[in-house]
Ligand binder design. Structure first.
Ligand SMILES: C[S@@+](CC[C@H](N)C(=O)[O-])C[C@H]1O[C@@H](n2cnc3c(N)ncnc32)[C@H](O)[C@@H]1O
Length: 333
């Protein structure tokens, strides 16, 4: 998924930094990904540590992580369910009625076909769980598969803050439900859907990886459609984009971020803390250093990183294509 702040391209940098600080023997360690997003960071440690704690305040992210992190054993028959859902009859439901032109709402986040297919699949997943035809693990696997597959045919430039007037090429394609494959391993992991600063008081471990939002773009607003597909609840969509009520993170505001971050570091019961943040974030580098240094031995690594793909048409106007990505490191006293 093309996600704001995704660390997909930075995984090697993050992993080599963590290993160089903590050492190679992390098999007995508890690793926490407190702002998990797509879950890509914890996924890359899933087989390497004893236990993962994953968390994100957004429900769609919780669903993805319940699958990618929480699911760790084989789910027999999962491909049969995917095949069945791929061949299901279309249905006009909440997504078609509120986010497709044919539904009469004047919004076009999906083609009419895809809106109806998303509705049909989503409703069937609800029916499966209600009738006990699937367990919770299968539920999150199927729902993750739907979120990822719907995202591929969304008619947006990248996020869901707005839709495009005309259906773009990828949005014209008919949705295909693809399996959201997860890593199978013996160890059990736990996934939360809580505010980071509340959860931190209840957990402990060895390695805490922090990747909070670094600017004012609220994830709940930018990915509202994914929350709506994931929750599939009834509400009155607001305004031109059909927004739902969304959570406003204190990490997205200049007024609240420093105090919130300080509070998080202070309450963290982890030996090592790693913070990903770039040089254009709301908190300046020296402020981060000041806060983290209060609680132990501080250091940082940095890397220049290509922000936009320059070969993509929508990125041609961006002159500064490089940004600096930092990993701030704290060994807590
Ligand atoms: C930069 S993204 C994380 C990206 C992730 N590392 C990845 O590679 O996909 C920041 C995440 O923090 C979450 N978030 C924002 N405020 C939060 C809070 N107070 N508690 C927990 N999660 C929060 C957002 O929903 C978003 O998924």
């Amino acid at each position: 998924m093309n996600y704001i702040g995704s660390k997909y391209k930075l995984i090697e940098f993050i992993k080599s930094t963590i290993y160089s600080v903590v050492g190679n023997d992390i098999q007995s360690k508890v690793f926490c990904d407190l702002f998990a997003g797509t879950g890509i960071v914890a996924r890359s440690f899933k087989k390497e540590v004893k236990h993962i704690i994953s968390n994100d305040i957004e429900y769609y992210s919780y669903v993805l992580n319940k699958n990618y992190i929480g699911n760790h054993l084989h789910l027999p028959g999962k491909e049969d369910f995917i095949n069945y859902l791929n061949n299901i009859e279309l249905k006009e439901g909440f997504i078609f009625n509120n986010y497709c032109l044919g539904g009469g709402c004047n919004r076009q986040y999906f083609s009419d076909f895809n809106g109806k297919k998303i509705d049909a699949i989503r409703l069937k997943i609800n029916e499966f769980i209600k009738n006990k035809e699937i367990n919770k693990n299968m539920y999150y696997f199927l729902l993750s598969s739907l979120l990822e597959s719907a995202d591929k045919v969304a008619n947006t430039a990248s996020v869901y803050g707005a839709y495009l007037k005309k259906l773009k090429k990828t949005a014209q394609k008919n949705i295909i439900l693809e399996s959201a494959e997860y890593i199978v391993n013996e160890n059990e992991h736990i996934v939360y859907n809580e505010d980071s600063n509340e959860l931190i008081k209840k957990i402990e471990g060895d390695i805490l990886y922090l990747d909070p939002p670094y600017n004012t773009r609220q994830y709940g607003a930018n990915y509202h459609i994914l929350n709506t597909i994931a929750k599939y609840d009834d509400f009155e969509p607001i305004g031109k984009t059909g927004l739902r009520k969304y959570y406003k993170s204190k990490y997205c505001s200049k007024n609240t971020i420093e105090e919130t971050f300080n509070d998080l570091i202070k309450n963290a019961n982890f030996k090592y803390i790693f913070l990903s943040y770039n040089n254009e974030g709301l908190m300046p580098v020296n402020k981060i250093r000041t806060i983290m240094s209060k609680y132990g031995n501080y250091d940082y690594y940095e890397k220049s990183y290509l922000r936009f793909r320059a070969d993509k048409e929508e990125n041609r106007n961006h002159k500064a294509n490089y940004t600096k990505e930092f990993i701030h490191i704290l060994e807590k006293k």
